[in-house]
Ligand binder design. Structure first.
Ligand code: NAP
Length: 271
């Protein structure tokens, strides 16, 4: 083959590669995801990495799962840092913020996802400690994430904060008043923060329906899981279906969402 054709083919393939790279929706953006080692958080880390974002994620205690997730994220060709940091501990956010500042200086996306469903108890039997523990992780943790990462957020391109709430914030559930109250609190926090930070940073939330994660599959009785499927779509959702909404909000395609609560929930709630 003549050198003309060799040069031509090489120019075309470089071009295709460049086009593929620039097509990535989050190329070289930096995303912080709390509770990113398993479940929905892991799905979001992988989906963002697939779109070219570097990832910092936190986890509570499962180091093995965190290492596995970090490997999977790095295999997609981006940087990834896993940090043990409890969403209920302010000092852990201080430490996590320091790592993010040192490694990346600025971040572009914050996903406040870490959460736990807590114990199934009627309010009259719920120890105050159980209430405080859940609120501290599921609601205070979202406030702390915003408090410590807003100062690091770049505003060009527009910064994105995505809080993970729940369909149960809208419809409530008997014996999970603490979880529903925390998630309802996230909705109010999301709207208020959206008004505080627009237009430099856009704040929205995702309220998933029942999703196939350990929170449901490992922690609940089989009858409870069957009851969870009793929604119009008659099945649990997947982490990929939630991650797709998280990619939309984080990418430029989500630049007109402000203070919204998006509901990938299989029709479980209509408002
Ligand atoms: P999951 O499978 O149980 O995973 C939870 C993740 O959060 C893990 O990475 C875990 O780390 C981390 N985490 C738990 N407690 C933490 C803490 N105190 N500090 C820091 N990280 C912590 O849960 P999931 O189902 O993916 O839920 C993720 C979010 O979606 C939660 O906010 C949940 O309320 C919400 N959500 C879930 C569903 C559902 O049906 N699954 C529906 C609606 C909303 P370790 O691995 O170290 O434990």
């Amino acid at each position: 083959m003549s050198s003309f054709y060799v040069d031509l083919i090489s120019a075309i393939s470089e071009n295709v590669e460049d086009t593929l790279m620039t097509d990535l929706k989050l190329k070289d953006r930096v995303a912080v995801v709390t509770g990113g080692s398993r479940g929905i958080g892991k799905g979001i880390c992988l989906a963002y990495a697939q779109e070219g974002a570097h990832i910092i994620f936190s986890y509570a205690s499962n180091q093995k799962a965190a290492e596995q997730t970090a490997e999977e994220v790095k295999a997609l060709g981006v940087k990834c840092i896993a940090i043990q940091a409890d969403a209920g501990q302010e000092s852990d956010f201080v430490r996590m913020q320091e790592v993010a500042r040192k490694e990346f200086d600025k971040i572009n996306i914050l996903v406040a996802n870490a959460g736990t469903i807590g114990k199934e108890l009627p309010v009259k039997d719920m120890p105050v400690e159980e209430w405080d523990h859940l609120i501290s992780i599921d609601l205070r943790g979202v406030f702390l994430a915003a408090k410590y990462f807003i100062p690091l957020m770049a505003t060009d391109p527009v910064g994105k904060i995505i809080n993970i709430t729940s369909e149960l914030s809208k419809k409530g559930r008997a014996n999970y008043a603490h979880y529903c109250a925390a998630k309802g609190g996230i909705n109010g926090l999301t709207r208020s923060l959206a008004l505080e930070l627009v237009p430099g940073i856009l704040v929205n939330a995702i309220a998933p329906g029942p999703i196939e994660t350990d929170m449901i599959l490992a922690d609940m009785e089989p009858e409870w899981i069957e009851k969870e499927k009793d929604i119009p779509m008659q099945r649990l959702g997947t982490v990929e279906e939630i991650a797709a909404t998280a990619v939309l909000l984080a990418s430029d395609g989500g630049n007109f969402y402000c203070g919204q609560i998006l509901s990938p929930n299989g029709g479980a709630v209509f408002f």
